[in-house]
Write a protein that binds this ligand. Sequence first.
Ligand code: FAD
Length: 606
Amino acid sequence: MAMYRAPLRDMSFVLRELAGIDDIAKLPGFEETVEVLDSVLAEAAAFAAHVLDPLNAAGDRAGCTWKDGEVSTPAGFKDAYRQFAQAGWIGLPVATEHGGQGLPQLLLGAVLEMWNAANVGFANGPLLNQGAIEAIELVASDALKKTYIPRLVSGEWLGTMCLTEPQAGSDLAAVRTKAVPDGDRYRVSGQKIFITFGEHDLTPNIVHLVLARLPDAPEGTKGISLFIVPKVLVQADGTLGERNDVYCAGIEHKLGINANPTCTLNYGEKSGGAVGYLVGEVNRGLEYMFIMMNAARFSVGIQGLGIADRAYQSALSYAKERIQSRDIAAGAPQPVAIFRHPDVRRMLMSMKAQIEAMRALAYVTAASLDRAQKSPDAAVRGERAAFAEFMIPVVKGWCTETATELCSTAVQVFGGMGYIEETGIAQQYRDVKIASIYEGTTGIQAADLVGRKLLRDRGASAAKIGADIAAFARTLDGEDADIVAIKIELERGVEALGATSSWIQASATRDLNAAFACSVPYLKLWGIVAGGWQMARAAQISVARIAAGDPEAAFYRAKLATARFYADHVLSQSSWLQHQIVNGSAAVMRLTDDGYDLDRRTLARV
Ligand SMILES: Cc1cc2nc3c(=O)[nH]c(=O)nc-3n(C[C@H](O)[C@H](O)[C@H](O)COP(=O)(O)OP(=O)(O)OC[C@H]3O[C@@H](n4cnc5c(N)ncnc54)[C@H](O)[C@@H]3O)c2cc1C
């Protein structure tokens, strides 16, 4: 089974040459970034390779166990978590005043990619913990901050996000968990399902961030508040006291990510209400969750990228070892490694190119989040925030859907052995699927892109980003055949974005169903064109480096070839997606109510 090794050279190319980490490091508060960049990346790569990767397959096989409300994680996870916390990884993006290192989101993106590639079952814990820290940091009272943040940052305790209930999945307006005032705290009762790391043996306390309703709260999204509900109550001196009334009623049997527990949590079943503390103001819980969701959605997009890269590494290594069939061009009778066959190379190149595009778009989006937060220039802050807001659903939706396709391609490279668990590639295929479901399904990301990002500002952000891509495409000049081909496809892609954005806006005034019917293809179009934009930037840089006699010319030639492949095989899908959206949206709603052309009685007779 191939081991995961972080692609440090590729990451460094994107960080430095596309996302501009040197400029990010000049922003106030990020000055230490350049100094620590290489060591952070190298240490993260070593931790991923030597601590997390060896537990990946074993954790998947062993899974978690539930007994009488207690949950055990697979062997080795507790120790890995202890090392992870001790090394200070949890505090990487957390502000220094809260005990973190205050490093940029951009650097966090690269590190998250490594954790998720090496062991997504493990990585989910810190991912959600980070959301919990942000929520408390952002809106909680000073007393709650003081009690919880230092221990969540040190890793002594782990945070969760408790949103989902049986009747409230995509639609959180349907949340029913109750919170009743009880002096200066609340009593929380109800049930949450599907809670990642809702119960475990990694830490002695678990800090649940829970969405619940006060008795007099308005219906719908405007009546939801956010609470901290610790597993064990914290005493005035900071030590752990009584067990709180939140218990794990069971864990799910899942398709993948078996190394982390997905829990059903019952609140207030034993003593009439788990003790909870209000975070921020009443009835603003969903608003707070949405602020954090940006970071969580970005992180899940990166999760898809990481798993896809791991799958690519395995497929590449297998393709070089597996001997099968003769070389069609060489004419020699001996069978060769499947890597030599053109169709296997197509599959590998397709993976490589789309992984590079996802990485580039995700890191560039992360850099925008950093500029939106720290740039001294208000106009830059506003402009970068608008870009990041627009791109987050694209990074989440497009990266996770593409990653799912790429993991399927990786299984295909393995042939029959891919379908057999022992080669390990089946695990990536199973693990990756959840990324396009949790933190908002792709349908929800696409609805956000069309509803909140495109229609709400009447297409202003879409038009601005489209104009930026078009302006860049005009700078792609010269004789290089690859650049000429890339420019043609990028310009077609921008046209498709403009045409589909206008069509959706016009349709929305007449028929909202038609406007939303192809929101997922629209999100995909944004992904492949914005990813293609970054690949074209990489190609332009590469041509200049090669011309200047760069000692790493081979690296840049490979970048150029990959960008050309992407233009012809992926970016070229823009015209097809445009057709699908503009000409095919109406047909979507023609699915008959029973899902068949014939009614069921007729079908039964057939
Ligand atoms: C392994 C795992 C871990 C999880 N971890 C957590 C966690 O830690 N915390 C937590 O709170 N939750 C967690 N979840 C829950 C997860 O976030 C939800 O499953 C997810 O948001 C989808 O909700 P649902 O399952 O109810 O699907 P539904 O909402 O029933 O959706 C079903 C389908 O309908 C579509 N759909 C629904 N509404 C719309 C709409 N308005 N427009 C277009 N399409 C729509 C969806 O896109 C989807 O295709 C986890 C789930 C799993 C499986």
